[in-house]
Design a protein around this ligand. Structure first.
Ligand code: ADP
Ligand code: BMX
Ligand code: ZN
Length: 294
């Protein structure tokens, strides 16, 4: 069966056709519109899926935000230009006429990465460092979504009680410092207003402030990983997202984690499916729910 997989992030929207052998075809990407009203996202999704939807038999969405009963509820609406909620499943069913499922992007990616890991009945945590910082927890081989979809939202745990106010309303969240938006928000002087991608490019050229911003993100992430190890005793942490997968970032995280006491050390790897983990995880979960219904 061919699945139209869609990944809705704070920066980009991606879509592709995924077959039962997990081959990804016709991958497309467009920027995520920043708008408080749903109309802009409606239009962007229509533009994104129009050329490929007719070849699909179902839709599987991995999306930023808490996904509850098919609706996106932003925990940090700033990541979506202030959009608070969006009826994902309803809109995509209307747009395509196809049966649709939706799941949080990091939860979906966690599932895909767990399948790729070869682990069995084990514990693994996926962390995306992207527009925000998201997470997905696999416990005893099962994906944890929580009763209300909140499970794994580890970007909203405390990194610094004197830190910036996060869009979720808490003070000093990991996301407010370590995410792409957090890195950009802390830039000043000649870096102010630049996005994380550009700041990473400056860091690679030896720009001192840019290097400090990247290191601060990696250090906060390493402390988060130590917390995750303490909470779950997982055997592996997998990192994805465009910041997480940026050159040198994972090595910096590993260096900071090595400074923590050994009991908090855990294997940290880059996402096997790289930037497609969310798309593939959603497609795999659609496949599984289809099988469950038979
Ligand atoms: P989304 O959050 O929409 O899923 P990404 O995973 O691409 O999208 O994350 C977007 C964030 O990653 C932005 O803050 C962007 O500036 C940053 N980014 C994109 N490419 C790179 C790169 N090559 N190096 C560092 N940061 C990057
Ligand atoms: C935020 C939150 C999470 C999401 C994470 C990564 C919103 C809109 N999103 O913490 O649900 O998993 O960002 O999202 O509240 P991304 O856009 O960086 O991929
Ligand atoms: Zn927060």
């Amino acid at each position: 069966m061919t699945t139209l997989a869609i990944d809705i992030g704070g920066t980009k929207l991606a879509a592709a056709l995924v077959d039962d052998l997990l081959q990804v075809r016709e991958r497309r990407e467009i920027p995520t519109p920043a708008s408080q009203t749903p109309d802009a996202l409606d239009a962007a999704l229509a533009e994104l899926v129009a050329p490929i939807a007719k070849q699909a038999e179902r839709v599987a969405i991995a999306s930023t935000g808490i996904i509850r009963e098919g609706t996106l509820l932003a925990i940090n609406p700033h990541n979506l230009g202030g959009l608070l909620h969006y009826p994902l499943v309803q809109r995509l069913e209307k747009l395509t006429g196809l049966p649709t499922i939706a799941i949080n992007d990091a939860q979906a990616a966690a599932w895909a990465e767990y399948q790729a890991s070869g682990m069995q009945n084990e514990d693994m945590v996926f962390i995306t460092v992207s527009t925000g910082v998201g997470g997905g927890v696999i416990s005893g081989g099962n994906l944890q979504t929580g009763a209300g979809g909140l499970a794994g939202h580890l970007g909203h745990t405390l990194a610094d009680p004197t830190g910036a106010v996060c869009g979720c309303g808490r003070v000093g969240c990991v996301e407010a410092i370590a995410s792409g938006r957090g890195i950009s928000a802390h830039a000043s002087g000649d870096l102010s207003g630049l996005d994380a991608k550009t700041i990473f490019a400056h860091a690679a050229q030896g720009h001192v402030q840019a290097q400090a911003l990247v290191n601060r993100s990696a250090q906060v992430l390493a402390r988060l990983i130590a917390d995750v190890k303490a909470i779950t005793d997982c055997q592996r942490v997998v990192i994805g997202g465009s910041v997480g997968l940026a050159d040198g970032y994972l090595d910096a995280v590993r260096r900071f984690l090595a400074q923590e006491p050994p009991v908090y050390h855990v294997e940290v790897t880059a996402a096997h499916y790289r930037h497609d983990a969310g798309l593939l995880g959603a497609a795999m979960l659609a496949q599984r729910s289809n099988d469950d219904c038979r």
